[in-house]
Design a protein around this ligand. Structure first.
Ligand SMILES: Cc1ncc(COP(=O)(O)O)c(C=O)c1O
Length: 405
């Protein structure tokens, strides 16, 4: 160990890389490798022409503010533009209830910093998004998983878990939940369960952090938009902190997302963000504003729903053809992910070297579970690959699974 390494903080030396990011790195620069690993949007859907002319207009205008530091809270005109859009989704908010962040990953991180002391409990779905797990762990959170059934989080288990944690003398700080087309399962929390969760939040006195990057990506053949109604829309007791991002609808590179929360919370998050990055990119926020006001985002959404629903079909069909007798899955009703359950005894992580050799990758299930389960599951993102590569990749993957079955 070098002198510098021996000076790492306890947290610094314990940091572990995300399984998703590691897979992403593996795939970079290897065109033969078919990647179902990271939840990347399809680059063919990016609105290249619109971004080119928006960026050209912004940079030609020569307004110094465009390349300058901006307010930590975010670019005012973008916040003002988001308010009516959030209201249209049922969320009663004003500009003082919003903070723009550098991606919703930063939103998760800032909320965690504001609420969590080392040893505090954060409740998460079993399974949940690894990026959120990493943010919670780096704050020293005690992560406790809650089971899900067909409709989403199991409220009876939630009650039992909270009672057990409190009996052990721990403080339960919040429940982190991804209601729409969850990462990693693709699941949609039912409307009755959303209402039950809001009631639970009041009854148990535990806030909810609602992370919603996929809510706009409902598949028209099987999902009504009303079914994606944010819990925040019915949050009359101010229990919910709502996160939304443009990464999956416009493009991840703009790193533009937002938090909707009561004013007192937003003010503290603003201070927390000051020490994280001073402000998000002024240029990126202006591009996002223009993409919204010029109608790029609204024109994009129906197309995205169509593109991703078709890819879901291609992947489901390929799975049925190649591993229909072995694996099980539920076709998602929106979003980017298909969650595959393998027969008991098959460890998806142990299959990875063979999969890499066969030029196909995915994310193994275990890292999404905070309770050490999930070995015989895998997350397949159908979002980025083309239809023909999805078919080819599933054929390769099936051959790997068969050698272990
Ligand atoms: C549930 C969830 N939250 C947050 C993020 C991070 O998104 P962003 O690009 O906005 O930081 C992702 C990205 O995959 C996600 O799936």
């Amino acid at each position: 160990m070098t002198a510098l390494e021996s000076s790492f903080s306890r947290m610094g030396s314990q940091l572990t890389g995300s399984a998703i990011r590691q897979m992403g790195i593996l795939a970079a620069g290897r065109p033969d490798l078919i990647s179902f690993a990271p939840g990347y949007p399809d680059p063919a859907t990016f609105a290249w022409d619109a971004y080119r002319s928006i960026a050209d207009d912004l940079l030609s205008a020569g307004d110094g503010e465009t390349l300058q530091y901006g307010p930590t809270r975010g670019f005012g005109p973008l916040i003002e533009t988001l308010v009516p859009r959030l209201r249209a989704r049922g969320i009663a908010c004003n500009s003082e209830h919003l903070l723009l962040t550098t991606g919703s990953q930063q939103a998760v991180d800032l909320v965690t910093r504001l609420f969590v002391d080392p040893g505090d409990v954060v409740l998460v779905e079993l399974p949940t998004f690894t990026g959120a797990i990493a943010a919670f762990r780096s704050a020293g959170a005690h992560l406790v998983g809650v089971r899900q059934d067909e409709e989403g989080l199991d409220i009876t288990h939630l009650d039992a878990v909270v009672a057990a944690e409190r009996a052990a003398g721990r403080r339960v700080k919040f429940l982190y939940v991804i209601p729409n087309f969850q990462n990693p399962t693709g699941g949609l929390l039912s409307l009755p369960r959303r209402r039950a969760l809001l009631d639970w939040s009041v009854r148990a006195d535990v806030p909810i952090v609602e992370d919603d990057p996929y809510g706009d990506l409902w598949f028209p053949d099987v999902t009504r938009p009303e079914e994606t109604r944010p819990m925040k829309a019915d949050d009359d007791q101010e229990r919910v902190i709502y996160l939304q991002s443009t990464s999956k609808t416009l493009a991840p590179t703009f790193r533009t997302a937002w938090i909707v929360a009561p004013t007192a919370v937003i003010e503290r998050l603003d201070v927390a963000k000051q020490s994280a990055d001073l402000c998000s990119s002024s240029l990126d926020q202006r591009i996002v504003l223009e993409a919204i006001t010029r109608g790029v985002l609204d024109a994009q959404l129906p197309r995205l729903r169509q593109v991703y629903a078709e890819k879901r079909d291609v992947m489901s069909r390929a799975l049925a053809t190649h591993v229909g007798d072995l694996a099980s899955w539920r076709a998602p009703r929106g979003g980017f992910f298909l969650w595959v359950q393998l027969p008991d005894g098959i460890d998806a992580r142990a299959l990875l070297p063979a999969a890499v050799a066969a030029q196909v990758i995915y994310v193994a299930g275990a890292p999404f579970f905070v309770d050490g389960t999930g070995a015989n599951a895998m997350r397949l993102a159908f979002s980025a690959a083309t239809a023909s590569r999805i078919e080819e990749g599933i054929a390769r993957l099936a051959a790997v699974i068969r050698t272990a079955a």
